[in-house]
Design a protein around this ligand. Structure first.
Ligand code: FES
Length: 83
């Protein structure tokens, strides 16, 4: 989320600034990369209930995702709408 916002990527609203209260940073993670990410915490799962776009098995809140050096990249797809 921070990388997207800091680089002017449209489609990530992130209105709460990353404190898990808005769900406007919803993304669909490339399914091949899901195994590289830690499972979502309970609070993220709870907040995912409030996404405006369809929630899918690969839905995550981008404010909770960290790209580390082992990953090199993280491919995500943006939902049609956030707000
Ligand atoms: S930025 Fe609000 S839940 Fe992620």
């Amino acid at each position: 989320m921070r990388t997207a916002v800091d680089n002017g990527i449209r489609g990530i609203a992130a209105t709460c600034g990353g404190v898990l209260s808005c769900a406007t940073c919803h993304v669909y993670v490339d399914t091949a990369q899901l195994v590289q990410l830690p499972a979502p915490a309970v609070r993220e799962l709870e907040t995912l209930e409030f996404t405006l776009a369809e929630r899918k098995p690969n839905s995550r809140l981008s404010c909770q995702l960290t790209v580390d050096k082992k990953m090199e990249e993280l491919i995500v797809y943006l939902p049609d709408t956030q707000i």
